[in-house]
Structure formats: structure tokens, C-alpha cells
Design a binder for this molecule. Structure first.
Ligand SMILES: NC(=O)c1ccc[n+]([C@@H]2O[C@H](COP(=O)([O-])OP(=O)(O)OC[C@H]3O[C@@H](n4cnc5c(N)ncnc54)[C@H](OP(=O)(O)O)[C@@H]3O)[C@@H](O)[C@H]2O)c1
Length: 324
């Protein structure tokens, strides 16, 4: 690997956990700022990784962190935000938490790179991100992506994954938890389209992009080998976890009503903005770059969702298949 010192903003999350471990395994020194250090405690044991408790938007913080790095990797993202400005229509119509994570953080990274002379930036966006997309999440992601690509001093590579799966993911694990807890799963947006991509493949692509000079200025869509509707995906999760569950697809109006209700749960589990995001198919027309073979969901998810590895869960899966 040409670069040896990395700053990974948003490295305390799901994708960060896998990417930072892969960088450390290649001998790189990695600094991970986290707003709460305990969120990144799984990284502290890695020998060449330093976790720093910091708000990257506080004045001067990023400039200090970026100094001495060979490249910056931006993984910062949120799925929910306080309300945007519903009266506004246009590129700035999104909530303050989306604005901070998806627009202000990348802008601050670009500024800090200029100030410190760092030239290389890897930025993770999302399939469907566009300033005129139907959801605040996708609009803010689209604005952030455009601003990093527009910078002509930096060598920027952008990655646009569909939903990412792998150990500790936030998506399939959520449905696995729901399947454990409830006999019936009323599902909003059942026809939403996804092409899940394995976290290990996303990491491989990002490492390959770091090695490749021609990746500068490029935007890579990252999808897995197969498309699924959300209902199909949830049924697969039930199968992998050995739960026989009734998945009931809700029509549009009820999906919105359910999301409005779930906005009040801690987390929250779902929002109306998520429903609007799912109106854009999260799929790609192209293969993974750098000739990387995409890993099928079925090869990995049963293992970490607990469907195959324990004798008890294997027994449940066999019973489920036999409809007993
Ligand atoms: N996972 C997916 O299925 C998926 C699909 C498409 C795109 N993506 C994109 O891929 C990236 C990584 O996703 P992930 O699944 O790893 O997300 P994640 O587990 O939720 O982690 C998000 C990270 O972003 C950081 N962050 C959030 N708001 C921030 C802010 N205002 N300032 C600084 N840091 C902030 C968090 O840091 P703290 O520890 O400080 O909170 C955390 O480290 C995100 O940009 C996401 O939008 C993910």
C-alpha cells in the first residue's frame, strides 16, 4: 500500500470496524476520531490504531488530525435526522443532522486537506444519492458527494454502496432481532429494491482503489450479485435465523403511517424519510470494480445471523424448512 497514515472519519461504525481492521492488518497507522470513545472501543486493541475522542466539526480539530496523514477516508453518515425544512424545496431541504454528517463533515475534510496539503480522499456516499432525490438522506448525501468530486486540488474516489451486509450490520441484524421478537412482521415498503453488497467486498474495493492511480476522480457503485425486494430479504432473514414468521407487506399509505409511528421509538427504527429513500431502487447495473467477485448474501449471512453455526439454530432452520 502506497499510503501508510490514514485518518478514518466515521471509522467507529459498522463499515469502519471492517475497513480499519483491514488497514491495520496491512501495517497502516490509522487515526479514528469518535464523538464518544466507547463507541470505538472495539478498535482500541488494534496495535496501529489510535482512537481520539473528538468532534470533527469543532474549530481546528480536523486540521490537527489531518496533518501528517497520507489519505483521509470519510465514512460519516446518519440514517435519521431531526426534521428538515418542509417548506423549502431544493438542494438544502434536509434536516440539521443530515446536513452536519453528509455536507458539513465532507466540506470540513476538504478544507482541512487543503490546509494540510493532503491530496487523497476516499468518500462513501450511497446508491441513489442526488441533490434532487425524494428523501432528505439521499439529497444530503448527493450534495456531499458533489462537493467532494468538484474539488480539483484533491484526488477523490467516491463509493456508492447499496445496503451493506456482514457481521454487526445494522440492516439484516435489525430484521433478525424483530423476527426473534414478533410472530408477525408488518413490513413497510415491501417492494423496495436492494442489491446487498458484502462488507468484505466493499473493503476490498476501497483497498484496491487506494492502490490504483486511475481511481482518482471516479465514482464506483457497489452492489452484490442479486437483487431482492425488501419482503424477500426479510423472508431470507427469517429462514437464516430459523424463524417461521408471517411477513405482511403494507401498502404505501400504511407504510408511511407505520414509519411515522416508529419515529417515536428510540433509535428510531424507521422514519418517513427512510420510506422516501426506499422509493429509489438501491441497485446497480455494473459489476464490482477491480474484478472483485461479489459475495452472495446466502454464503455469509446465515453464519452471523445465527442460523447455521449453533446446533440449536441449525435444528430450528431444518424444522422451518420442513414446515414443522
Ligand atoms: N451500512 C450500509 O448499509 C450503507 C449503505 C449505503 C451507504 N452507507 C454509508 O457508508 C458509511 C458508513 O456506514 P456505516 O454502516 O458504517 O454507518 P454507522 O455504523 O452508522 O457509522 C456511522 C459513522 O458516522 C459517524 N458520524 C455520524 N455523524 C457524524 C458527525 N456529525 N460527525 C462525525 N462523525 C459522524 C459515526 O461516528 P460517532 O461514533 O462519532 O457517532 C459513525 O462512526 C456512511 O456514510 C453510510 O451513509 C452505508
Amino acid at each position: 500500500m502506497r499510503e501508510k497514515n490514514f485518518l478514518v472519519v466515521g471509522g467507529s461504525g459498522f463499515l469502519g470496524r471492517h475497513l480499519v481492521a483491514a488497514l491495520a492488518a496491512r501495517g497502516a497507522r490509522v487515526t479514528v476520531p469518535a464523538r464518544r470513545r466507547e463507541r470505538a472501543k472495539h478498535l482500541i486493541l488494534l496495535p496501529t490504531v489510535e482512537v481520539v475522542e473528538a468532534d470533527v466539526l469543532a474549530p481546528g480539530v480536523l486540521e490537527q488530525l489531518v496533518a501528517g496523514c497520507d489519505a483521509v477516508i470519510n465514512l460519516a453518515g446518519v440514517l435519521h435526522s431531526r426534521r428538515g425544512r418542509p417548506d423549502e424545496r431544493g438542494p438544502n431541504d434536509y434536516g440539521p443532522d443530515f446536513a452536519r454528517a453528509h455536507v458539513e463533515v465532507p466540506q470540513a475534510i476538504v478544507n482541512a486537506c487543503h490546509a494540510s496539503g493532503v491530496r487523497r480522499l476516499l468518500h462513501v456516499s450511497a446508491v441513489g444519492a442526488a441533490p434532487d432525490a425524494p428523501s432528505e438522506y439521499l439529497r444530503s448525501k448527493g450534495v456531499g458527494e458533489k462537493l467532494v468530486l468538484a474539488d480539483d486540488e484533491l484526488q477523490v474516489t467516491v463509493f456508492r454502496p447499496s445496503v451493506v451486509f456482514g457481521p454487526e450490520d445494522n440492516f439484516l441484524n435489525l430484521f433478525a432481532r424483530l423476527a426473534r421478537a414478533f410472530p408477525v412482521l408488518p413490513l413497510g415498503s415491501p417492494q423496495a429494491q436492494f442489491q446487498p453488497v458484502y462488507v468484505g467486498d466493499v473493503v476490498k474495493v476501497m483497498l484496491a482503489a487506494l492502490e490504483s492511480r486511475s481511481s482518482a476522480g471516479k465514482c464506483y457503485a457497489l452492489c452484490g450479485p442479486r437483487r431482492y425486494s425488501l419482503a424477500e430479504l426479510v423472508r431470507r432473514v427469517c429462514e437464516f435465523t430459523g424463524r417461521r414468521r408471517w411477513v405482511v407487506g403494507l401498502p404505501d399509505a400504511l407504510s408511511m403511517l407505520q414509519a411515522w409511528f416508529l419515529e417515536w421509538t428510540p433509535g428510531p427504527l424507521m422514519s418517513r424519510d427512510n420510506v422516501r429513500s426506499m422509493r429509489v431502487p438501491s441497485v446497480c447495473d455494473c459489476a464490482l470494480p477491480f474484478d472483485i467477485e461479489p459475495t452472495p448474501l446466502e454464503a455469509v449471512a446465515p453464519g452471523y445471523l445465527g442460523g447455521m453455526y449453533t446446533a440449536r439454530s441449525r435444528y430450528r432452520l431444518l424444522r422451518w424448512r420442513a414446515r414443522r
